[in-house]
Ligand binder design. Structure first.
Ligand code: FMN
Length: 340
């Protein structure tokens, strides 16, 4: 009997395959199907502060119109902004998921203002989420903003949220840091319990007909897993004491196994579940269990990190030193004219 449990953010998960934030978490029925398929945890889709602000502005405008025509109507409505900005539907969804599921429910927050990050984090905790994932989706497109100030932004958000909640805090990171281990160390010092590698930034496309820039949501391919695997292996090996989750390119049981061996405590799936449906997760978990049984692993925890940067027989493979060797060993290309 293989012990499939894993530890993530101080929580015990029944399996190392979780559903990451996506529209799949919008329905309680789908969440139940994910749990039945063997999900170790579910991450709810992000609560976006921008959306709440828009909603509250819309409501504010509506009230203004009403109160202009019906002055007495003012007394019917609660004071703004506190009530109007309460993300009631999101908090209800957390409460419902907590009531109906027995696996950990992780809420996700995407803030834009310091006050937004802390206010909604507190409300998420009060609604009963087991943990909170901070979706810091930020593209540094300003030439005057330095790498230091980008890192500072992450650190400030984590410290502010850590200050107001007691539940575990995970941070979904961008892959675009020049010194990721140092950033990881800093975020842990600010109170992060877990790091989620990596946030997959939506890439805009250019429409050649209309000559417009089109925001595009592309689902991932398994090839994208190579990036989180490398960095998880390095972070697991460099002594930063933090939970690690792999997201981006986890489609099949082989992907889960590779991420766990590299050092992920849990793997997270979105694209593959959107393509194949929530029940695909059961196939993935079964494949992981079978592989472990075939190789006489007793538990997921025994396997986590056994090929990290610190424990792998060839740690250099995660770094630059194999760069030239890998390029030179490539044999699939047609002969180059200069190769003689
Ligand atoms: C349609 C869609 C919606 C998503 N919504 C969110 C979100 O609300 N918050 C978030 O942190 N990530 C969101 N993600 C990112 C996923 O959680 C995941 O990290 C990413 O897609 C990489 O995993 P994958 O390769 O399994 O798709 C979304 C992804 C997709 C495809």
């Amino acid at each position: 009997m293989v012990d499939m449990t894993t530890r993530y953010l101080g929580l015990t998960l029944p399996s190392p395959v979780a559903a990451s934030a996506s529209p799949l978490s919008d329905s309680i029925d789908t969440l139940r199907r994910l749990e039945a398929a063997g999900a170790g945890a579910v991450v709810l889709r992000s609560l976006f502060e921008e959306q709440i602000v828009h909603e509250s502005l819309d409501l504010h405008e509506l009230l203004e119109q009403w109160t202009e025509s019906y002055l007495e109507a003012q007394s019917f409505f609660p004071a703004l902004p506190e009530h109007a900005t309460r993300p009631a539907a999101y908090l209800d969804a957390i409460e419902q998921a907590r009531r109906e599921l027995s696996i950990p429910v992780i809420a996700s927050l995407n803030g834009i203002t310091p006050g937004g990050w802390t206010r909604y984090a507190r409300q998420i905790e009060e609604a009963g989420a087991h943990a909170i994932e901070l979706n810091v989706y930020f593209v540094a497109a300003n030439a005057t903003e330095t790498a230091e100030s980008v890192e500072e932004r992450y650190a400030t958000i984590v410290a502010a949220v850590r200050d107001v909640v007691r539940i575990p805090v995970a941070v979904k990171l961008s892959p675009f840091f020049s010194a990721l281990p140092s950033v990881a160390r800093r975020l842990v010092a600010c109170g992060a319990d877990g790091l989620v590698l990596f946030n997959r930034f939506m890439q805009p496309d250019i429409d050649l007909e209309s000559l417009t820039v089109v925001p595009t949501v592309r689902l991932s391919s398994p090839a994208e897993l190579a990036l989180p695997i490398r960095w998880i292996a390095i972070l697991r090996g460099c002594g930063v004491d933090v939970s690690l989750a792999a997201t981006s390119g986890v489609h099949a049981s082989e992907d889960v196994l590779k991420a766990l061996l590299a050092g992920a405590d849990v793997t997270m799936m979105a694209s593959a579940l959107l393509i194949h449906g929530p029940e695909h997760l059961a196939t993935v978990v079964a494949g992981v269990e079978q592989w472990m049984r075939d190789r006489h692993y007793d538990s997921v925890r025994q396997m986590v990190g056994s090929l990290s940067h610190a424990t792998s027989p060839d740690p250099a493979a995660f770094e630059r030193s194999n760069y030239m060797k890998a390029l030179v060993s490539y044999s699939g290309a047609p002969a180059q004219p200069w190769a003689g």
